[in-house]
Design a protein around this ligand. Sequence first.
Ligand code: COA
Length: 249
Amino acid sequence: MTDAILIAREHGLLTLRLNRPDKKNALTRAMYSQLGEALQQADADPQIKAILITGSHECFTAGNDIADFILEPPSDLDSPVFQFMRSLLECRKPVVAAVAGAAVGIGTTLLLHCDLVYVSADARLRMPFVNLGLCPEFGSSLILPRLLGQAKAAELLLLGESFNGEQAAAWGIATQALPNAEATFARAREMALRFDKLPPEAVRISKQLMKAPDRERLRSVVEEEGKLFVQRLRSPEALAALSGFINRH
Ligand code: COA
């Protein structure tokens, strides 16, 4: 257990707060394990009606911990990061995200699997996988071209261009952009708590229907991307880029 993930319960809402401020909430293997387990437990607990994933007002997450990528890279699809991805992908309950500050790498791609995403207008989202010698992950190579068209998705996935919360909302990556972090967190909480008053079985069946058309395809894309990602992590291109980040000062 680590306090890098703070878990709180309010009525039927379970909040998972990323809390590693000294490293911009970068996600370690232990944090992925804890997130994955919390999602699975919430999914099985009849008292929980919705899950809220959030970071701080300053930062959502800087993505995977880069030191972990070098020292303890995921070796196969049973590694904690992939278990977390599967738990989110398969979660039957509504998952809401509140995003302010930087959301990098998996900090952006996990949003593609949340049901409602509230984002501060000045949040900075980015998927610098290619820049790090890696490749898209967590279904982003399927979802983003569909959502944005090939040409715009290429800017985000091949060039690793960053974008803000307003753009995320305009493109359908986020539900709504709000003026600042406070408003974003308040709105996300308010909307997530609405599930407390809705009939849970109707919510579950409706989410299932919304996800069903893409589910099999997504499972196989996430697996295909994951295998390539694991290989890329050991490539000279990635090792040079990742070491470059660690040794930048
Ligand atoms: N993994 C490990 N450590 C990270 C990290 C990551 N993904 N992101 C940030 N950190 C650490 C920094 O090394 C630094 O640690 P230090 O104080 O011990 O030197 C600390 O967090 C603060 O980061 P810093 O870069 O100084 O903050 P910033 O406000 O200038 O920038 C970010 C914030 C998120 C924009 C920037 O840190 C960043 O781009 N991080 C890398 C993101 C990334 O490439 N993620 C992987 C995607 S696959």
